[in-house]
Design a protein around this ligand. Sequence first.
Ligand code: CUA
Length: 177
Amino acid sequence: MNPTALTIAIAYGAVVIVAVVAILVVWHSTHSFESPRKDVTDTARLAHGEKGWFIFAVIALGVLLLATLAFIPYGDNAAATGQQQVAVQGQQFAWVVTPNEITAGVPVRFEVTSTDVSHGFAVYNDDNVLLLQIQAGPKSTSHIVYTFKVPGRYQVVCLEFCGVKHHTMIGSFQVAE
Ligand code: CUA
């Protein structure tokens, strides 16, 4: 027997021993050798308790839902009054943002579309933090509302692969006081 074969045989033997010991431990732990257990669990009482917890959980979730419904921002976003309208058009491989200057502190409603294929409209701040993103699909307009608090230059990046120069599809806009 050459050294490699011997090493394999020893390793295989060791694995078999470990496996047999593990099987014996599990088998022993799941088979009681003592007299039958006397502590009979009252499963009916446990089932009753579980039902109570289920009802409690459903009621708690219902109350939480109703109590927080008013804080969902979508209602605010639906009302277009008092918002800045900004049209965003994606095309291979550029972004057209009209107007290109936005006022800080006032909600912006981005109307996003594409002239060719699907793009991913995403806005990043100075620190490269993603602030919002929505798909720019052809023959459709999606909208997203966002309020910029910090004036400055924001970068628009495409987050959906749209062709060979997808990575160059970067635009920007200015947010003024
Ligand atoms: Cu447009 Cu990727």
